[in-house]
Design a protein around this ligand. Structure first.
Ligand code: CA
Length: 374
């Protein structure tokens, strides 16, 4: 997709006597001459397909923001056009579109691709797994990213964590859920491993893309659903189709979103534009979590105060029972193949360490704050 290639970086460097050893230019005049020419003038036009409705709050707009950052940081040399779900390919076609080169980038969530490999789910959300800060820690400093790279390489993809919803809500129901028996017979939308857990609780599980949820719940095609949290759930109007809003979202404790990039497209970029992509992704990863943090609490207040939504907490007994089933479901993935076993071991070890520290840090702090501030 490159439009011009007037001069390669290599050919410039070979003919650039003013660039001193160590990369520093010798004087101000040399800097003025050297700086523009160091940059390749190649221009690239990329497509980003997404699993979200176009411009959907935080998810779709976060993808838009990533495209804008890449454009700005590259001084317009890398232009990314964003497509909502269904515009170029359906939500379920994003992985194949980027893998095959129909689009250079895709934004979605790794657990949507469990049909490609069960281990994808560890890089998005695992029931009773890592929260947002922990999964970023595992990916960046705990060995998670190199496992993700290994998983996606055969698909011709490079993945970057881009966004995190924080802990999600437990879902929308039209009747109270007090015991495991209350799940039995429900038809519920839930993706990923949470869906597999519910299957074992005799729930009929649907993995509908976001854009189809409201209609399905409103018409009774499904009895219950989870989506994300107050900000996104309010945007879909889910409170108009169900009365009870349960917490906490045991199934998605801090769902990592992803930007996947076609490897050939990425490697065709000059080194500085590859860095632009990587750092723009890192900035967008932080920005989307910040937006969810700010907007979810506002939206929760709107749902309760203005729409009369009934908040309900899953009981400790119920959560412990679901947790036991969840542990079995997640451990089964480890038994499927040697790679999944390595991912599980890495993830599980990180979780064990995190539990020990979180108990005396974030968890202890929020409990302490609640003693005074509620
Ligand atoms: Ca969800």
């Amino acid at each position: 997709m490159q439009h011009s290639a007037p001069r390669s970086r290599r050919s410039f460097l070979q003919s650039a006597p003013l660039v001193a050893a160590g990369g520093l230019v010798a004087c101000g005049q040399a800097e003025q001459q050297a700086a523009p020419a160091v940059q390749s003038q190649q221009h690239f036009k990329w497509k980003m397909v997404t699993t979200w409705p176009k411009d959907f709050p935080a998810l779709g707009t976060g993808a838009n923001n990533l495209a804008h950052s890449i454009e700005a940081l590259s001084d317009g040399r890398l232009h990314v056009k964003v497509y909502g779900a269904g515009e170029l390919v359906p939500a379920s076609g994003v992985f194949d579109a980027v893998s095959g080169g129909t689009a250079e980038m895709g934004h979605g969530a790794a657990y949507y691709w469990k049909g490609k490999h069960e281990a994808t789910q560890f890089f998005s959300a695992v029931p009773f797994g890592l929260n947002a800060a922990e999964i970023n820690g595992w990916l960046r400093y705990g060995g998670g990213q190199s496992l993700w790279d290994e998983l996606y390489a055969p698909f011709n993809l490079q993945a970057f964590p881009v966004g995190n919803t924080g802990v999600q809500m437990g879902g929308w129901f039209n009747r109270e859920i007090n015991t495991l028996a209350d799940f039995s017979g429900l038809v519920m939308r839930m993706p990923g491993l949470g869906g597999e857990v519910l299957r074992r609780l005799e729930v009929t599980v649907k993995a509908l893309p976001g854009g189809e949820i409201f209609q399905a719940l409103k018409t009774g095609a499904i009895d219950a659903t989870e989506w994300v949290g107050p900000y996104n759930d309010l945007a879909f109007g889910l409170h108009q189709a169900a009365q009870y809003y349960y917490w906490p979202g045991w199934h998605e404790p801090g769902t990592a979103l992803e930007c996947m990039v076609n490897k050939q497209a990425l490697e065709a970029l000059p080194a500085d534009l590859q860095a632009v992509v990587a750092y723009a992704c890192q900035a967008a990863n932080d920005d989307m979590l910040s937006e969810f943090t700010a907007r979810n609490s506002q939206a929760l207040k709107t749902l309760v105060d203005e729409h009369g939504v009934q908040l309900r907490r899953f009981s400790d007994e119920l959560l412990a029972q679901i947790g036991k089933v969840s542990a079995e479901v997640v451990a089964e993935i480890a038994g499927q193949d040697p790679f999944s076993s390595r991912v599980y071991d890495s993830f599980d070890a990180f979780r064990k360490n995190s539990i020990a520290y979180t108990r005396i840090s974030e968890e202890a702090y929020t409990q302490a704050r609640a003693l005074t501030f509620g």
